[in-house]
Design a protein around this ligand. Structure first.
Ligand code: PXL
Length: 277
């Protein structure tokens, strides 16, 4: 029996928790066959407080990988860290050529813990080349504010406004990851399909070891879509998957604590509650 094929167009997180490493581990846990088109390599400097360095790959190398992967007949595509406008445009063209509906855009703008935006022009490029092709876009609060051209949302009401604006930019569905940062007693994400808003709530995990959570969430959605789930069920399972992964997050070293990508399959399925808001 063949496997569903999932492609991530994203960066390498050398530390293994986020980026293509998170995507491949998550694809595997969902029983899909993971493939990659690498855009950047991110390294961390142990002599300088784990400061990140981002090395973009030559555009020809990105294009050659996309050609390879797409020739195999992909079932769902995810994008992650795309460091330049040219890479974003190239990813958009590849998505067009693939003709795929199952397109998950994770609009990565910064690495967690780093406050410098990769390149301010990237937001415009994502709006132009990626959002109109997205079956779903998965911003965190900061990214949602940037895409919607408003201040970073801090309340559910502001998240709803941002989701509506992002939907108007062409994404067919939007899920804003409120996570723990929101002033709310649960870890909440807001799903919007252009008609109704659904809050997904989980208990907040008592841990700071959540590196890679965003990538893992979006990769779960991608695999679920490849496996034939509806978009809403794909998001709900992804929330369970990432909640388990965060709950079992662990300390890699004094700087970073990745999520445990395999936790849902090894341990328990966390309880998620849904509310129309
Ligand atoms: O978590 C965002 C992210 C995405 N992709 C890569 C990363 C990071 C953060 O470290 O390194 C490659």
């Amino acid at each position: 029996m063949g496997l569903k094929k999932t492609l991530t167009i994203a960066g390498s997180d050398t530390s293994g928790g986020a980026g293509i490493q998170a995507d491949l581990k998550t694809f595997q846990e969902h029983g899909t066959y993971g493939m990659t088109a690498l855009t950047v390599v991110v390294t961390m400097d142990p002599d300088n407080n784990w400061a990140h360095n981002v090395y973009s790959l030559p555009i020809d190398v990105v294009k050659a990988q996309l050609k390879t992967a797409l020739s195999t007949g992909i079932d769902a595509i995810k994008t992650g860290m795309l460091s330049t406008e040219e890479i974003i445009r190239t990813a958009g063209q590849a998505i067009d050529e693939s003709g795929l509906d199952h397109v998950v855009i994770d609009p990565v703008m910064v690495c967690k813990g780093e406050d410098e935006v990769l390149n301010p022009g990237n937001t415009d490029a994502m709006i132009e080349y990626l959002l109109p092709k997205a079956e779903i876009v998965t911003p965190n609060l900061f990214e949602a504010g940037q895409l919607a051209r408003m201040k970073t949302p801090k309340t559910i009401e502001e998240m709803k406004q941002a989701a509506e604006k992002i939907h108007q930019l062409g994404a067919r569905n939007v899920v804003i990851k409120g996570g723990k940062q929101l002033e709310h007693d649960k870890a909440v994400d807001l799903f919007y399909d252009g008609r109704s808003f659904t809050l997904l709530e989980a208990d907040k995990a008592d841990t700071h070891y959540n590196h890679g959570a965003g990538c893992t969430f979006a990769a779960s959605i991608t695999a679920n879509l490849a496996n034939g789930m509806t978009i809403k069920d794909a998001v709900i399972e992804a929330k369970q998957f990432v909640t388990a992964a965060i709950t079992h997050g662990w300390k890699l070293n004094e700087y970073v604590g990745p999520v445990m990508h395999g936790a849902k399959n090894q341990f328990e399925t966390p309880h998620i509650t849904l509310h129309e808001v």
